[in-house]
Structures are given as C-alpha cells and as structure tokens.
Design a binder for this molecule. Structure first.
Ligand code: NDP
Length: 482
C-alpha cells in the first residue's frame, strides 16, 4: 500500500523536503505506520525563512481588516472540514474522535476567529504630558517569527500561536510536532484555498532536533513562540536568548487539584474525572495531584476510584470510549515507568496501573488504564515530576496552610483547581497558589482574552488576548514636543 506523504508548505506551495527523505508516522491506536512525514532539515528552514522574508513587507502593509478577512475564511474552512480534521486528529494522536470533534477542531477555528477579530480592536497607547509633549506607541510586526508546537492538542495549539502572529502582521515559519503532523498539513491546504498570500505562513515538518533547532538558531527569525516540555524550552532559551530573540515559552506542569470538605461534592467528583483523564491526561492543564481534605477523603476516594474503574479505554473511533490511546509507544513506556516508580516509592495502585489491549484492530495500540495512586509523600519524584499521562495521585490534607505547601512544592506552576463553597478560602487560595491559572469550582473554562501561561519552570511570558499581540509586535514610542 502506498502511504500518504505529508508535504511541507513553503512559499504558498506544498513541497517535498530537500533531503527527499521521509519519517514514518504511526497511528498510536493501531500501532502501525499509516503515513510519512518530511524529514526536513536546515535547508528547508532556510527556504521557508526566505519565502517569509519575501512576503513580510507586503503582509505587514496589508490592512488589518484584509488580514482579518483571510483568517476568517480559514476559520470557516476549518468548520466546513470539521469531520475530516477531527478524524485526522484522532488517528494521528490516539484521542477519542468525539473529543477532537467537540474540542480540538472547534477550538482551532475559534483561535483563528478570535485573533482575526481581536486585531481590529488592538490599539496604540497615547500619553499626554500636560502640554509639554505627546507620546504615542506604535506596535509594529516583528517580521519573521518561529512557532513550535507539541503533540497533545495538535491543531488547537498550532493555531493558538500562528493566529496572533499572522493577525499582527508577521510572517511565520512553523513546526508542528513530528509525532502529530497531519492536521497542520491539512491546514496548509486550507490556507491555500482561503487565499493566504504565498510565504506568509510556512509549515515545515520534521524532527525537533533538526527542524525545531534550525528555527530557534536562525538569525533572521526574530521571535520564538514555543509550547512543549520544560527541558526542550530550557534548551531553546539557551540558544535564542543570547541572540536577543523575543521568547514565549509555555512549558510543563504538575497541577494540583485541591478539594476542600465544603465543596459541591458531585460537581467536584465529575469535573475531577475530566481534569484527570481528558485526552488520556495529556493536557498541560490536567490536575495530576489530587489533594482532598480529610473529612471527605475516604468518601471522595471511594467514589472517584469506582468511577475511574468504569471508564472505557478503547478504539478512539468508538463513541463510547472515554479514553483512547496515548500518543506513542515511547510515551506509553515513559508513563508506565512512572507507575513502577510510584510503587517503588511506596504508592498503592487503587485502580489501573496497567497497559490495555482492547483487541481487534487495536491489538497493537498504546493504551493505558486510567490510574489512581495513593500513599505517596507530596515531595517524592512521582509527585514532583511531570508524567503527562492518565495517572493521578490522591492524598489527604487537613489545613489550608498544609495544602498550599504541598501544592506549591514543585518546580512547576501552570494551573491549579480549587473546590470550595467558601469565597474567602477561594480568594486566599487564588492569591497564594504559585500558579499562572487558578480555576475555582471549574476546570478548563477558557476565556481567550485572559492571560495564559505559567510561573516558575512552567514558562516565560503570557499568551492570550492582547498579551499575544504584545508578544508578536515591537513597540516604538514617538514623543512629539508641543
Ligand atoms: P517537546 O518539548 O518534546 O516538543 C515540543 C515541540 O518542540 C515539538 O514540535 C518538538 O519536535 C520540538 N522540539 C524538540 N526538540 C527541539 C529542539 N531542540 N529545538 C526546537 N524544537 C524542538 O514536548 P512534547 O511535544 O512532548 O509535548 C509535551 C509537553 O508539552 C509537556 O511537557 C506539556 O506539559 C507541554 N505542554 C505545555 C503547554 C502549556 O501551555 N504550557 C500546553 C501543552 C503542552 P518533535 O515533536 O519532532 O520532537
């Protein structure tokens, strides 16, 4: 069988990599190669950068409403191709089709629409110096920028970066994760159909160590927006910072989910199922450390474990599968190594802790049963390191002070969830959690205008709303004496 060969999108055309070489792309739910990805290198990045350089003046001068119109057309095309894109995302990533249909793809079109319209409301600041002078601050596109995105929410996070970059008048050289390239490829076809001018967006597929590294180190790519692991982010910063590039880093997390005894029990229980295991736990915002206040600890644990043990892990295409496959064999092995570590550290597996073979066409896929572990100390490795899979730990606490110590003990600080009916307690937790995002009595409720990002080793900078436009523009203050 001839496998589909994904192509790079450079200078407005779909092209083969200069090397002529391809990598295998695996369907994780089947465990087999199903398409091929360009094994691109620095030559392809050079070509993409040159195409972007050629387009940058004209795109920067294109009126905002015209840029917006083109982006809105792309958003409409995403919606019109929802079924195909959702299926492709599910096959590439292993996530349930219903999740890709309900979340990933609709969110990709809303990212495009949000920034396409947001740019029309983005205005310059002006500061009047009481008759002495007047200042106004121009916001200009940077020029050519690099966007590098991960595999967990492929098109969702890819568009979250490129949309503000394009809307604010930059040309982009982008690299989706090599593990999940398909929807970015389909997206490049939609950009051509929508009439995005050649060179404005260039998508180069391939390995992080070659393609990502060439974007990061290219002297004419002036800003890097990266979402991925903390170790990769650290490496990227070590290359890009001495080149004085603008850097936005959205990195790993080890998010606490804090459940006080006065919570709405049923709501906390239901949402904790999602915040623990949505997308097989492979969302940077998933709560992987569940802290439950002692008076309801046993009740919550029993109800939670009962519900988790009933979740169906299976074919992502089946509408009754709650969890699909994890993204790759390597990732399955990594997650399972943490299950083993948790046991070595004295943890007890309350449910899960095993790989699953759903049989049939999924016999060789990479599936893991959702896992709940008890009996670990807050500072052991299992509770400090990012696992990024369907594995959570659960532990009791007594006081607010104690749970804050536990919650804030990791090197990460991306998101936290708090369950309480007491507004004073909610406010104190919001103020004292070391976290870029705190959800109270909800999880993953996203207003795209709000700042998004982490503190500590979870990242540098904020995405979302005008923060993203501020990142993707350079400011010039003009001071006119009166
Ligand atoms: P990685 O850091 O492995 O990869 C992210 C991207 O960087 C991929 O496109 C990867 O390419 C590329 N890359 C790898 N090495 C380099 C390099 N040397 N130079 C430049 N680019 C490189 O992360 P994952 O894809 O494994 O994603 C999971 C991680 O992402 C988790 O830690 C998760 O917490 C984090 N994440 C953070 C979010 C946030 O908003 N804070 C949101 C979502 C995920 P390739 O795939 O080819 O290796």
């Amino acid at each position: 069988m001839r496998l589909l060969k994904i192509q790079n999108y450079i200078g407005g055309s779909l092209v083969a990599p200069n090397s002529g070489k391809y990598l295998d792309n695996i369907n994780p739910a089947i465990g087999e190669v199903y398409s091929q990805i360009p094994d691109s290198d620095r030559h392809d990045i050079e070509q993409a950068q040159q195409a972007a350089e050629k387009a940058k003046e004209s795109w920067a001068k294109t009126p905002k409403n015209k840029r917006s119109e083109i982006m809105m057309r792309i958003a409409d095309l995403i919606d019109q191709n929802l079924e195909e894109l959702a299926k492709a995302e599910s096959i590439d990533n292993g996530k349930p089709l219903k999740l890709a249909k309900a979340v990933d793809i609709p969110r990709a079109s809303s990212n495009m629409r949000f920034f396409a319209t947001g740019i029309l409301h983005y205005s310059n600041e002006s500061h009047d110096m009481d008759g002495i002078a007047i200042n106004y601050t121009l916001r200009k596109p940077i020029g050519v920028v690099g966007c590098i995105s991960p595999w967990n929410l492929p098109l969702y996070l890819f568009t979250w970066k490129i949309a503000p970059a394009l809307a604010s008048g930059n040309c982009v050289v982008a690299k989706p994760s090599e593990v999940t390239p398909m929807t970015a490829y389909l997206f490049s076809k939609l950009c051509i159909e929508a009439g995005l001018p050649a060179g404005v967006l260039n998508i180069v597929h391939g390995l992080g160590s070659k393609v990502g590294a060439s974007i990061t180190s290219h002297p004419k790519i002036k800003a890097i927006s990266f979402t991925g692991g903390t170790a990769t982010g650290k490496h990227i910063a070590s290359v890009a910072a001495p080149m004085f590039k603008k850097l936005s880093l959205e990195l790993g997390g080890k998010n606490p989910n804090i459940i006080f005894a006065d919570c709405d029990f049923e709501k906390a229980l239901k949402t904790t199922m999602h915040s623990s295991f949505a997308n097989q736990g492979q969302i940077c915002l998933c709560g992987s450390r569940i802290f439950v206040q002692r008076p309801i600890y046993d009740k919550f644990k029993t109800a939670f474990v009962d519900k988790v043990s009933k979740l169906k892990v299976g074919n992502p295409m089946d509408s009754d599968s709650n969890l699909g496959a994890v993204v790759s064999k390597e990732h399955q092995e990594k997650v399972m190594s943490y299950v083993a570590l948790a046991q070595e550290e004295g943890g007890t597996i309350l449910t899960g802790g095993v790989t699953v073979n759903p049989g049939g066409i999924n016999e060789k896929g990479y599936f893991i049963r959702p896992t709940v572990i008890e009996g670990l100390s807050f500072d052991c490795r299992t509770n400090q390191e990012e696992i990024f899979g369907p594995v959570v730990t659960i532990m009791p606490f007594d006081t607010e002070e104690e749970v804050l110590t536990y919650a804030n003990s990791t090197e990460y600080g991306l998101a936290a969830t708090v369950w309480t009916q007491d507004v004073g307690k909610a406010t104190r937790m919001g103020a004292n959690l070391e976290s870029g995002i705190v959800w109270v009595n909800c999880w993953l409720v996203r207003d795209l205008r709000t700042p998004f990002g982490g503190v500590k080793n979870s990242g540098v900078g904020r995405e979302g709303g005008f923060n993203a436009f501020n990142f993707f523009t350079e400011s010039t203050n003009v001071c006119i004496a009166l």
